[in-house]
Design a protein around this ligand. Structure first.
Ligand SMILES: [Ca+2]
Length: 105
């Protein structure tokens, strides 16, 4: 399972929400750490392209579990649920795609 290798991303997400709120900077930081962790995982896989969906799914699951439920400060709720959450979540797949292009070829 790749999920063990994303433990540091879960830790970063938990730390960001430990005060009961998450700032936009914290959300971006967690996503950045997630992509770095993915780069580390992908670079160690023998057949990385077989694990593309798994990597995307892991990162989206962490986003859904730890970032989406919290109010991102200072974004108003209506804007967050309609725009900011989908935008941040939507960044994950293209970032992982670029990562695979760069590492897996
Ligand atoms: Ca916080």
């Amino acid at each position: 399972m790749l999920s063990d290798q994303f433990a540091k991303v879960v830790d970063a997400a938990k730390e960001a929400v430990s005060d009961g709120k998450i700032t936009f900077d914290e959300a971006c930081r967690v996503i950045g750490i997630g992509v770095l962790a993915a780069a580390d995982v992908v670079s160690k896989l023998a057949n990385p392209n077989e694990h593309y969906e798994e990597v995307v799914t892991e990162l989206e699951a962490i986003f859904d579990a730890y970032i989406a439920p919290y109010d991102i400060q200072p974004v108003p709720d209506w804007l967050e649920s309609r725009f900011v959450d989908p935008m941040l979540r939507g960044m994950i797949r293209p970032m992982v795609t670029k990562l695979f292009e760069a590492i897996a070829g």
